[in-house]
Ligand binder design. Structure first.
Ligand code: ADP
Length: 747
């Protein structure tokens, strides 16, 4: 039997617990034994009771907790060979030859150093009689899988690290709060965020909150007198109507000569030159704290499971792998290459080789910085002489989805900055039908980055019959060259109608692009739609509160979530909350399922279980309704537990968009404006939608999307997230107390 060790090391990060839980449960599920190593490398060097077997139930109830349940520490001893010799001896004494390390680049470097010394250390241990010949032969190599726990998102090779999304939640919340007080007093604020060598948090929080300026280590201001430039932009912003100014500074921000740009200095500069009240907020450890976001829980869970599979498939020749994310997919990369490249970035910053630092950070990062530089402008660039200025119309369609306003803001500013005219269409297609629209000015969208709902107004009206005449007239009279539709299926469908009516209405021969924005995440062509992450966070928060409400009694909740026929929210919230069950329309619900679940609940509560959560998609079954299930469990549970239902309803659609949705909306909007501009300037008229598919962004023709849509059940025919079903099910399995001693299941 394989024996796996798991440790968390270095700075803690929200989501480490989710990863730990996944490693332990996936390990046990795959038939391995799992040992927790407490307090990082310190525990590994110490041995004894710092290395103990860990069971299924020990990682129950930790998913929603920040920090790490097995402790983390910095270990000076492990940096020495003698420390690592003791660490190896402890691994061997415990029979561990596979290690999952959850930590930052320091921790992962340490792991690799120990691995590379493995043979020589083994020899030393044999020669000094600390291990036997049998042990020497039994453990010829150490398999390693690294998961990056770092709120800074500073690791080369993976798009995101454990904790970064939660840290962004803390920052965007704080900056949103600061914005409203700053605007009331017409004040400027300087906000310092974490990131010594990585500007990720500063850059992304500036994008997400609509801040006015950001300083990041990898790309300092390109002039020496940046103070003047910054103040000019902020003053111009004020002249254009901004009531507040927010400057975000990464803790490692430097100028182009390598001198630190300190928060206090920025404050002084603003105070002296803007002659206004300037305050600073240093967010500090708040960014590391609190419950992990839904994304961090799920991402950390998936990489945790992948890390176990990596170890179980490892051979003597396997190199340590880093398990991270590329777009929307888990991927593995040689760990040492990632660490080395990360060190190269740090070195490039130190040597003031900023072009190289940005190149190493990758395309997405550079692109985001470029987008930010446009969005923070006080006014757009003047149009280039002789350039063709397009008129692009923007609308939101279908049900409101958090992040719609963020997308409109980004599209409007990016379009205006390129010299085009942007029209804001009111109330979806009704605005096109009734010619209800207005030209956007730069400052019209000033605070839209953080606003939920849709400022333009949105509805599900799909044009038909006479509508087409009216729309054609509006397009002709307004000379609209391209149309951006931000929304769900009603928007896609409307675009398709315009496409199909082209023979009758030549006015429709303009490029149209759809930007997926629906909390249901049911659209083909895009694995993630804007709004779904916010909805998921809303559900996760609600379930947390529901769970806490039940501390004093034994209770089972049947929680109904939205999604129409699409089970995305149900399954992903099951994964993120550790619920025991998700009922999906895709799978149907049978009497046998319910019988099984009753037995599971009853056995659980008989054995001391205090809480059960069953998540039901709103349309999982037409007859086995939420109330029906609740009644069934209530009747069958007898005195064992009480049952309550909770229909979460519209709270899922509301609220400020999550940072993830804001960033996604911005990136999608950027690609949509690129698409419309390229098409219109080339006199082309394709109709398409944007979306992330696997690890990359794709533009897919709408005709293709239609073929991939299940009209009856209003969802994509193939849904990528159904592949996560077995993992969600595996992690939610009841623990070993549900097995008889002979290994048979109790139900
Ligand atoms: P992080 O993992 O968050 O980057 P640190 O850099 O503090 O945090 O590393 C955590 C621990 O990993 C250190 O206390 C040390 O025990 C170990 N470690 C870091 N760098 C090395 C190294 N080069 N060689 C051996 N061990 C290291």
């Amino acid at each position: 039997m394989k024996r796996i060790g798991v440790l968390t090391s270095g700075g803690d990060a929200q989501g480490m617990n989710a990863a730990l839980r996944a490693v332990v449960r996936a390990g046990l599920d795959r038939g391995a034994e799992v040992y927790a190593i407490y307090e990082g490398y310190q525990g590994l060097v110490k041995g004894g009771d710092a290395i103990l077997p860990i069971n299924w139930n020990a990682v129950g109830g930790i998913l929603q907790m920040g920090g790490t349940a097995i402790g983390t520490a910095r270990s000076a001893e492990f940096r020495t060979r003698e420390g690592r010799v003791r660490a190896v001896a402890n691994l061997i004494k415990n029979g561990i030859d596979g290690l999952v390390v959850i930590g930052g680049d320091g921790s992962l470097t340490g792991a690799d150093t120990m691995r590379s010394e493995w043979s020589s250390i083994l020899q030393e241990l044999l020669d000094t009689g600390r291990i036997s010949h049998a042990e020497f032969d039994k453990y010829p190599y150490l398999a390693i899988a690294g998961l990056v726990g770092s709120i800074d998102n500073d690791m080369w090779g993976t798009d995101i690290t454990i904790g970064a999304d939660s840290a962004l939640h803390r920052i965007t919340y704080a900056v949103d709060c600061i914005s409203s007080t700053a605007a009331s007093h017409q004040r400027a604020f300087v906000v310092e965020v974490m990131g010594r060598n990585s500007g990720y948090l500063a850059l992304m929080s500036a994008l997400a909150t609509g801040a006015d300026w950001a300083f990041i280590p990898e790309s300092p201001p390109d002039v020496d007198n940046w103070e003047e430039k910054m103040c000019e932009v902020l003053k111009a912003g004020r002249r254009a109507g901004r009531r507040d100014s927010i400057v975000i500074v990464a803790e490692g921000a430097i100028d182009r000569n390598g001198n630190p740009i300190e928060t206090e200095y920025v404050r002084q500069v603003l105070q002296d030159r803007l002659h206004e009240d300037v305050r600073t907020t240093i967010l500090g450890h708040v960014q590391r704290g609190g419950a992990p976001s839904a994304y961090d829980r799920n991402m950390s869970t998936l990489v945790g499971v992948a890390a176990v599979d990596e170890l179980l498939n490892a051979t003597a020749d396997s190199m340590p792998q880093l398990i991270g994310m590329k777009g929307n997919r888990v991927m593995r990369l040689p760990l040492m290459e990632c660490v080395e490249k990360t060190h190269e970035i740090n070195a490039a910053i130190k040597e003031r080789n900023f072009t190289e630092a940005m190149d190493l950070r990758g395309r997405n990062y550079k692109e985001s910085f470029q987008i930010l530089r446009t969005l923070v402008r006080a006014l757009p660039h003047d149009p280039k002489p002789g350039q063709r200025r397009l008129t692009l119309a923007v609308m939101t369609a279908s049900a409101p989805s958090p992040g719609m306003n963020t997308a409109v803001r980004a599209a409007v500013r990016l379009g205006l900055d390129r010299g085009h005219h942007l029209l804001g269409v009111s109330n979806s297609f009704l605005g096109l039908i009734n010619d209800d629209m207005r030209p956007f000015k730069w400052m019209d969208v000033d605070h839209w980055a953080s606003m939920g709902g849709s400022e333009l107004g949105t509805n599900r009206h799909v044009p038909s019959g006479k509508d087409f005449y009216a729309i054609a007239r509006t397009i002709e009279e307004r000379q609209i060259d391209g149309l951006l539709i931000i929304g769900g299926w009603a928007g896609y469908q409307s675009a398709l109608h315009l496409l199909r009516e082209r023979e009758n209405f030549p006015a429709f021969q303009i490029p149209i692009i759809c930007l997926p924005a629906t909390i249901n995440n049911n659209l083909p062509g895009s694995e993630l739609s804007v709004g779904a992450d916010t909805a998921l966070n809303n559900i996760v928060d609600a379930v947390n509160k529901i769970k806490q409400s039940a501390v004093a009694s034994r209770r089972c909740f049947v929680v109904e979530v939205m999604g129409k026929y699409c089970g995305y929210l149900a399954l992903m919230s099951m994964l993120a909350t550790g619920a025991e069950r998700a009922y999906l329309h895709e799978e149907g619900v049978t009497l046998k399922d319910l019988y099984h679940d009753v037995k599971l609940l009853n056995t659980g509560f008989e054995h001391g279980k205090r809480l059960g959560v069953m998540i039901r998609n709103e349309r999982a079954h037409p007859l086995y309704t939420t109330q029906f299930m609740s009644n069934l469990f209530e009747a069958e549970g007898g005195d064992l537990y009480e049952v309550r239902t909770s229909v979460l309803g519209h709270l899922q659609q509301g609220g400020d968009p999550s940072p993830f949705d804001r960033i996604l909306a911005t990136r999608y909007a950027y690609r949509c404006i690129n698409f419309l501009e390229e098409e219109a300037l080339a006199m082309k008229d394709n109709v398409a939608c944007i979306g992330i598919q696997g690890s990359a962004y794709h533009v897919t023709p709408l005709e293709e999307i239609v073929r991939r849509y299940d009209v009856k059940y209003e969802r994509a025919k193939e849904q990528w997230w159904m592949d996560l079903r077995p993992t969600a099910q595996m992690l939610a399995q009841p623990g070993p107390q549900y097995y008889h001693e002979n290994g048979e299941k109790m139900w």
